[in-house]
Design a binder for this molecule. Structure first.
Ligand SMILES: Cc1cc2nc3c(=O)[nH]c(=O)nc-3n(C[C@H](O)[C@H](O)[C@H](O)COP(=O)(O)OP(=O)(O)OC[C@H]3O[C@@H](n4cnc5c(N)ncnc54)[C@H](O)[C@@H]3O)c2cc1C
Length: 329
């Protein structure tokens, strides 16, 4: 049996950042991920300055494509405006691999199936033992499933479904574009041009509300493809989108039970307005590392629930739940 102090299930941003911080504090850990990195992850790859700060990332040292936007071009039910804001974009294929390498922690390709709590720790699949266990396995995390599902059930109304595709494209429009609440979409669509000639486009929205509207995400994907063609943003591309689902922030989630923790999407921490999950994943990974290193409490109360606080202060309620009644094509 392989023994270590901390087993981290999942090597995405939450798990890799937790491992990075533990390593800096001389705590041994082992990351188990079902995929060999680099691996594809459906995600627009938008990151905030907070992510850069939390990761102590010197942008000029980042070895892959990194894009900085000075504004977002936003449309809310057809009302268009330019939001001045400094934001960034990376490709998850590159970023997650870089984070994992930077953590400099042992990684094993292993799909976690069964976890048992024993007197002084946790046994994973009868092969690995640790005192602490960190669930960083995203929406379908086995740590969440085994220990947190009952204490912390996920609310159906918080489920976001999303479809996206990232591909090489000789784009001519370098603006990040966001379309909120169009065609009754309880969410938004995006166009994100990235460094080294890549584009990421997608749609995401609340699953329960789509269903209540008798609608499907596929309809909205088709609207987006038409729009991209009409606006000349992407033409002549044979689209092959990937889908994924995750949960927005819930009220007071239970994030620690004994020495088991959940972080990132496993805890359901994405922001309520934008569905931003990378920053909460990174922050929660850091907080768990701190709790384990210094034997302190772990709470997600300090992780913001909203991405665009300033917009909300101005009265733009970008909530996913406002889509019903939107009438804009
Ligand atoms: C289409 C889409 C677009 C998005 N766009 C953005 C965006 O632009 N900006 C933003 O901030 N957020 C965005 N998000 C949300 C963001 O992608 C997630 O919140 C973020 O990836 C969460 O990170 P994580 O480390 O918790 O989980 P993940 O990144 O999902 O990593 C989990 C890891 O666990 C591994 N794993 C899972 N199960 C097992 C198992 N049984 N055994 C071993 N390993 C396992 C997986 O292989 C994976 O590597 C988007 C989400 C979607 C679906």
């Amino acid at each position: 049996m392989i023994q270590t102090d901390v087993i981290i299930v999942g090597g995405g941003p939450a798990g890799a950042t937790c491992a990075w911080s533990l390593k800096q504090n001389n705590v041994n850990c082992l990351i188990l991920d079902q995929h060999r990195f680099p691996r594809a992850k459906p995600c627009a790859g938008w990151i905030t300055p907070k992510v850069v700060q939390d990761l102590d990332l010197n942008i000029s040292d980042y070895p892959y494509g990194f894009t900085t936007f000075k504004s977002f071009h936003v449309s809310i039910r057809g009302l268009k405006f330019k939001l001045r804001t400094r934001q960034h974009a990376i490709r998850r294929y590159e970023f997650d691999d870089w984070l994992l390498h930077r953590a400099d922690a042992p990684v094993q390709v292993h799909t976690v199936k069964t976890i048992t709590q024993v007197r002084n720790g946790y046994v994973v699949d009868g092969e690995f033992f640790s005192k602490y266990l960190v669930g960083a396995g995203g929406t379908h995390c086995p740590v969440y499933r085994t220990f947190f599902k009952t204490a912390n059930p996920r609310a159906k109304e918080s489920l976001i479904v999303a479809q996206e595709e990232e591909f090489p494209y000789a784009y001519t429009d370098e603006h990040c574009r966001l379309w909120f609440l169009e065609n009754y979409l309880p969410g938004y669509a995006w166009y994100v041009p990235k460094a080294n000639g890549y584009v990421n486009v997608g749609v995401g929205g609340k699953a329960e509300q789509l269903k209540a509207n008798g609608d499907t995400l596929k309809n909205h994907w088709n609207h987006l493809v038409e729009k991209l063609d009409r606006l000349g943003l992407v033409r002549g591309h044979a689209f092959r989108p990937s889908g994924y689902s995750y949960y927005l922030r819930q009220n007071l989630p239970e994030v620690r039970i004994d020495n088991a923790f959940v972080v990132g999407d496993a805890a359901g921490l994405a922001t309520l307005d934008m569905g931003e999950g990378i920053s909460p994943a990174i922050k929660s990974g850091l907080l768990v590392a701190e709790a384990i290193t210094h034997d302190t409490d772990y709470s997600v109360a300090s992780i913001p629930k909203y991405s665009l606080r300033s917009l909300i202060r101005l009265g733009f309620a970008l909530s996913f739940s406002q889509a019903r009644g939107a009438d804009q094509p």
